[in-house]
Design a protein around this ligand. Structure first.
Ligand code: PHE
Length: 454
């Protein structure tokens, strides 16, 4: 079976597809949730610091490995370092990809349901959004149907291939997404009492910083930028020779951070505006917001409806441009490893994630009491991936580029064979060789033993 590997057609396609992977539920659902739980502005500052010194170098390293090897994330290590344990970094990434897509599809499934509810007008005018959200997520089969539906949509896009599936979809959706976000920000910050939410977002209170806050900020930086699991190794294996790696990575980080902060600007001013609490957890976006839309626009209900349709549609599109990238990690690996057609490989991934996704979904309802290490499937998968596998993968990826790959090969990739200037190459090398591994290690130690860092 010798299908062509495929590649991204244009430079802007590269940026939009990678930014599409990065921008997702992580920015619009997980970021506000974590910010709300971890005290606001101080958490955001630590997060921004981690994006710059940890996630950006890991992203550049993934780009270097992917484009240099031109193959999936497991084969990449086999090719560049034959018969060494480095391949474990790639295998951990594939495992992580399965786990992330499984729990991600649960929240994406909720989003799909809320998009349909808002389109049919069923969201407006309800009395108790908390109760209806609980009833929905604990229902024995309704959320499960939406998990599977979401996975099927992801499957269809991935099965279409790199250029006409992934790239085309991202190019179409990302500008639309940015437009919707900007519109929502304007609506949100002009609401009465929005200033309290802005203070929460902008005024840091460092007395709230605990090891847990630091650990969560690091997990959020990795999760939001899709780094540490080989997703961007896979994408960059489809980059062309003239794609500038460093500036593309920087662009993706800027876009992703902007969207996360803007999502904060949409959510917190509205939450405070109607006198609610920011630390509602995973339900923030599904309970607090419909309530907010409803109360804030009680005089002009149709405006509330439009606000909620736009919001959930935005969340759904963002989730899809990310889920296709998680799916592609394992699809590319299975397809190339077992010499299979793209479509068959994609079905295997969809099937496995379907089963795991259903387990995660049920952990909110009928399987609430099934606990591993004191967590249900959903929480366990979220914890294991964002806070554990991804930062650990980040260490492996940076050490590989910093110590194992030839310096000349790294330089060639970052300068496109000497045609681009890269005056800060030495900074990059210091970061990947020392700073990233040591820092991630310290954050782990800090979480385990408390207050080593802050
Ligand atoms: N970065 C994505 C988001 O913010 C999530 C993601 C994680 C995507 C890992 C791919 C890989 O939603």
């Amino acid at each position: 079976m010798n299908e062509e590997r495929g590649h991204f057609g244009s430079k802007i396609g590269v940026i939009l597809a990678s930014a599409g992977s990065a921008v997702g539920l992580g920015n619009i659902w997980r970021f506000p949730t974590e910010t709300g739980k971890n005290g606001g502005a101080a958490f955001i500052l630590i997060y921004l610091f981690f994006v710059l010194i940890l996630a950006l170098p890991v992203m550049m390293s993934e780009f270097v490995i992917g484009r240099h090897s031109r193959t999936n994330t497991v084969e990449a290590y086999r090719k560049l370092a034959p018969r060494t344990p480095w391949v474990l970094v790639g295998l951990m990434g594939v495992l992580c990809g399965f786990l992330v897509l499984s729990f991600y599809s649960v929240v994406a499934g909720w989003t799909l349901d809320y998009t349909l509810l808002s389109l049919t007008g069923a969201l407006s005018g309800a009395t108790d959004y908390g109760a209806s959200f609980d009833a929905f997520v604990t229902h024995p089969y309704r959320p499960v149907i939406f998990v599977l539906l979401f996975l099927l949509i992801t499957h269809v896009i991935v099965a279409k291939g790199v250029e006409s599936g992934i790239e085309k979809f991202s190019k179409l959706m990302m500008p639309l997404l940015l437009a919707i976000i900007l519109l929502l920000v304007v609506l949100s910050v002009t609401m009465p009492n929005a200033s309290e939410g802005l203070t929460f977002l902008l005024q840091p209170d460092f007395s709230k910083v605990t090891p847990k806050v630091v650990f969560s900020a690091m997990g959020q930086a990795f999760f939001s930028l899709s780094v540490g699991l080989g997703c961007l190794v896979t994408y960059s294996s489809y980059f062309k020779k003239d794609t500038p790696l460093a500036s593309s990575a920087l662009n993706v980080c800027v876009i992703d951070t902007l969207v996360a902060v803007l999502a904060g600007f949409i959510i917190f001013p509205t939450v405070f505006s109607v006198g609610m609490q920011p630390d509602a957890g995973p339900g923030l976006v599904f309970v607090t917001l419909p309530n907010v839309f409803n109360q804030a626009f009680s005089d002009v209900p149709w405006l509330g409806d439009i606000f909620s349709i736009l919001f959930y549609l935005l969340l759904l599109l963002a989730a899809l441009t990310s889920s296709i990238s998680m799916h592609e990690i394992s699809t590319a690996f299975i397809r190339e490893k077992f010499n299979m057609s793209r479509s068959r490989a994609a079905w295997i991934v969809t099937g496995v994630c379907g089963v795991l996704g259903v387990c995660c979904s049920l952990s909110f309802g009928p399987w609430r009491d099934v606990q591993i290490f004191g967590m249900g499937f959903f929480d366990l998968f979220d914890f294991l991936t964002a806070k554990f596998f991804m930062p650990l993968g980040g260490i492996g990826i940076c050490l590989f580029v910093g110590w194992k790959m030839k310096k000349q090969a790294v330089r060639d990739e970052l300068t496109n064979g000497g045609t681009l200037r890269m005056p800060l190459l030495w900074v990059f090398l210091v970061l990947v060789r020392f700073v990233v591994p040591v820092f991630i290690g310290l954050v782990f130690v800090n979480e385990l033993f408390g207050n080593v860092l802050f």
